[in-house]
Design a protein around this ligand. Structure first.
Ligand code: ZN
Length: 153
């Protein structure tokens, strides 16, 4: 934005009354008049791309049968919950909650358990996001309905 008095480019201008004339002035020039308000430049219209690029995203999730997997693997090894807990430096109650399905492990904890019990708990999904209709093209927010293709790896 250009100051109407000195012509300097400014990020913002101040609307000032200079002897009865309203002018958009820079900070320097505004002292010659009475400041009315701060003028912000109009935000530039955001151009919507015609074609949204296809996005692929890999997400890690915990397998739904984690509780039985942990339990079976532990029993196969002939270990008690407390022993598994000690092995992975967690509380026994954590193992009990995992085995009963009360608590889903974090990816980090699942990785530790995978190593300790020689099991697979983390699933990697490849998610393709596409804008399914013309209507959705202008929408910036991708809803779950736009995720149309989930491939299991
Ligand atoms: Zn100026």
């Amino acid at each position: 934005m250009q100051c109407e008095m000195c012509g300097k480019e400014n990020e913002f201008l101040l609307l000032a009354d200079v002897e009865g004339v309203e002018l958009n002035l820079c900070k320097e020039c505004s002292k010659y008049g009475t400041i009315k308000k701060r003028v912000r430049p109009q935000p530039r219209p955001v151009r919507t791309p015609v074609k949204m690029p296809e996005r692929k995203e890999r997400i890690q999730t915990i397998t739904s049968d984690y509780s039985s997997k942990i339990k079976h693997a532990r029993e196969k090894k002939g270990m008690k919950q407390v022993e598994v807990a000690k092995m992975i430096a967690e509380r026994e109650s954590v193992i009990a909650s995992l085995e009963s399905g009360k608590m889903e492990p974090s990816i980090k904890l699942a990785r530790i358990l995978e190593k300790a019990l020689s099991i697979t708990l983390v699933e990697e999904l490849e998610v393709e996001e596409r804008f399914s209709s013309e209507k959705d093209r202008d929408s910036k927010n991708v809803t779950i309905g736009d995720v149309i293709n989930i491939k299991k790896r």
